[in-house]
Design a protein around this ligand. Sequence first.
Ligand SMILES: [Ca+2]
Ligand SMILES: [Ca+2]
Length: 108
Amino acid sequence: MAQRGVRLQIVYQAAHSADAQLVRGLLATRSADYDGDGVPERQENYLRGVLHTVEWRDKQGCVIKRDTYTGGRLSGGEIDHDGDGAPDTARVYDGRGEIRHSEPLSAK
Ligand SMILES: [Ca+2]
Ligand SMILES: [Ca+2]
């Protein structure tokens, strides 16, 4: 029913504005601009309609946090604590989304 490239404009109470993109009727991305500056802080990326990653970006558009979902469930993540544009901490989550393991990533 929905065509490739269909875009939905949604206004949430929590976010200033949110934007969703469907590909062949399945949710592909969903982004939210919480402070209303026109640049989304958060973007959800879906694979075949299932949540795959959630990315948080700074004002320059650099990813400062990326969570990975397996089968729609939070499984791992990378964080850029010092804001140098490279992730420096990796996390592994248990089945309930609690941090099971966290370790520093070597600089690339
Ligand atoms: Ca924003
Ligand atoms: Ca870093």
